[in-house]
Ligand binder design. Structure first.
Ligand code: 6PG
Length: 244
């Protein structure tokens, strides 16, 4: 596994640099006639990145028909609910770009979790190319990190962290009890490129523990993201990186 850490003055500079890199990556993929299979993160951090992609020149100049958007996790709510990760991506990016509907593979949070976890797993298996172990292999997985070290909807101490076979699981938010659908660690760790976007001073202590590989850090799900054959990237702003 190759790991890179990129630190920026603030979230705007992070978003600008990452948007330029994403744009160039899609263009290069399109030039070879391929598609880029991407899993987006939820929460609030990625909004500024999505908004930068939704603005010129990337809005018009990125070959969006060569991108397939999936999600790393979703809250089990209606797609127009303010809690929905899909709604955040739609409002900040998808409704501003020209991308075929068939390239948007949202998790249907409005469905019963027991059926949706199976439906989404099948959709991923039907579209996303597989790695040598037969796991769906995303080209680029974006992740956020919570203040408790969770990522996607894989929370500390959850049995979902032990899942070895399933592509996605039903998770439960430990504080709110909200049901979620989340990719599992094996699929995340099959990613060719896995990028954490973490900003804000409140996350600095956990970022420091994970990146310094302290003994306690392995209790954090984010520390278990170790794409064996891929690249792990940390996109940080100065406040979140202050312990490094
Ligand atoms: C979610 C996310 C989750 C998020 C972190 C960070 O559905 O909430 O996928 O893993 O990335 O909780 O959230 P913030 O970006 O809001 O701090």
């Amino acid at each position: 596994m190759k790991q890179e850490i990129y630190t920026f003055n603030d979230s705007r500079e992070l978003a600008n640099k990452l948007a330029e890199y994403f744009h160039r990556t899609v263009r290069k993929t399109a030039e070879s006639g391929e598609s880029l299979f991407v899993a987006l993160s939820g929460g609030t951090t990625p909004r500024i990145f999505f908004e930068r992609l939704a603005a010129p020149p990337y809005r018009e100049e990125t070959p969006w028909k060569n991108v397939h958007f999936f999600w790393g996790d979703e809250r089990c709510v209606q797609p127009d609910n303010s809690e929905s990760n899909f709604k955040m991506a739609k409002d900040s990016l998808l409704s501003h770009i020209t991308i075929p509907d068939k390239n948007i593979h949202r998790i249907m949070g409005e469905n019963p979790p027991q059926s949706e976890v199976k439906r989404y797993e099948k959709e991923i298996k039907d579209y996303v190319p597989k790695d040598r172990n037969g796991h769906p292999q995303f080209d680029w997985i974006f992740l956020g990190m919570g203040k408790d070290g969770h990522t996607a909807s894989l929370f500390p101490g959850s049995p979902t962290l032990q899942e070895k076979e399933a592509v996605c699981v039903i998770a439960v938010h430990p504080a709110s009890g909200q049901k979620r659908i989340s990719l599992t660690l094996p699929v995340i760790n099959s990613g060719k490129r896995v990028s954490f976007l973490v900003t804000g001073e409140e996350k600095a202590p956990i970022v420091e523990e994970i990146l310094k590989k302290t003994p306690s850090s392995l209790s954090y799900p984010s520390a278990r993201v170790q794409p064996a054959d891929g690249i792990l990237e940390w996109y940080l702003d100065k406040p979140s990186a202050k312990g490094l």
